[in-house]
Design a protein around this ligand. Structure first.
Ligand code: ZN
Ligand code: ZN
Length: 256
């Protein structure tokens, strides 16, 4: 399984792209920076998009992908999310006001819709592309999920924006072939109150979440650092001992 980090920043300034990850070139997980990082031809290769939650920093690239590909879309892109995510995308983004409803538009140059929404049940493995994906609810200020992405050999756990949570760890503890966990650290420890209020993690609470996994040999890929606090968060992460932490950088490619 190949994971390419298009963006892993919890905020947008030049050089810090919003959350978006590409698995095996055709499965996109969140779409914060998909169109600002992928050339047009690479955007055409996307067949499925998993959406953790509807916050703008995770979905804005969906709007721009749909617009880019109209007229050049080889195959409808399936946009997957749990019920509240799909209903949120319909009512708040592709609502014919803030952006056109690209699930409906066709014409002479585009015979099929560019995107199609796919409701995912929770905690049920779904075949998507060459992988099997399971959505598990986490704890964010809006409905948000983690995705277990599995092939025959490996399971990658990508946890969306979250504060302290439980269920996903109970499932992850039992996954025999778990190869890595992506987990956020949005704020430094001194801003714990803001992190708790907005249901995000700091290095302190990231460590508490990692402890719940009870598998210290599993690498934790740290993501969603707010760029204005990045140096401070990285310094605090470095002080944590007994964890296999890797702070993600955009353009990283990891092979599992
Ligand atoms: Zn969020
Ligand atoms: Zn976010």
């Amino acid at each position: 399984m190949k994971l390419r980090v298009l963006g892993c920043s919890g905020g947008q300034v030049p050089g810090h792209n919003l959350s978006s990850y590409l698995v095996n070139d055709s499965l996109l997980v969140d779409a914060g920076s998909a169109t600002s990082t992928l050339p047009f031809r690479a955007q055409q290769k996307i067949r499925n998009v998993l959406v953790t939650h509807v916050h703008l920093d995770h979905v804005m690239g969906l709007a721009t992908i749909a617009d880019n590909l109209y007229g050049n879309c080889e195959s409808t892109i399936n946009v997957w999310g749990v019920n509240e995510v799909i209903s949120g995308l319909k009512s708040s983004l592709f609502n014919d006001t803030i952006w056109p409803d690209f699930t409906q538009i066709t014409g002479d140059s585009q015979a099929w819709p560019v995107i199609r929404f796919q409701d995912m049940p929770e905690e049920e493995p779904i075949p998507i592309g060459n992988a099997t994906v399971t959505a598990v609810r986490v704890n964010h200020i809006v409905p948000s999920v983690a995705f277990f992405i599995e092939n025959q050999k490996r399971t990658l756990l990508m946890v969306g924006d979250t504060g302290p949570t439980q269920r996903v760890w109970a499932i992850a503890r039992k996954k025999k072939n778990l190869c890595a966990v992506m987990l956020e650290a949005s704020f430094p420890n001194r801003l714990q109150e803001i992190a708790d209020m907005s249901r995000h993690l700091t290095p302190r609470t990231l460590a508490e979440e990692a402890d719940k996994l009870k598998r210290p040999s599993i690498p934790i890929l740290v993501t969603h650092l707010k760029p204005q606090f990045r140096d401070e968060i990285v310094a605090e992460l470095k002080k944590l001992k007994g964890y296999r932490l890797r702070v993600l950088k955009q353009n990283d490619t990891l092979v599992f």
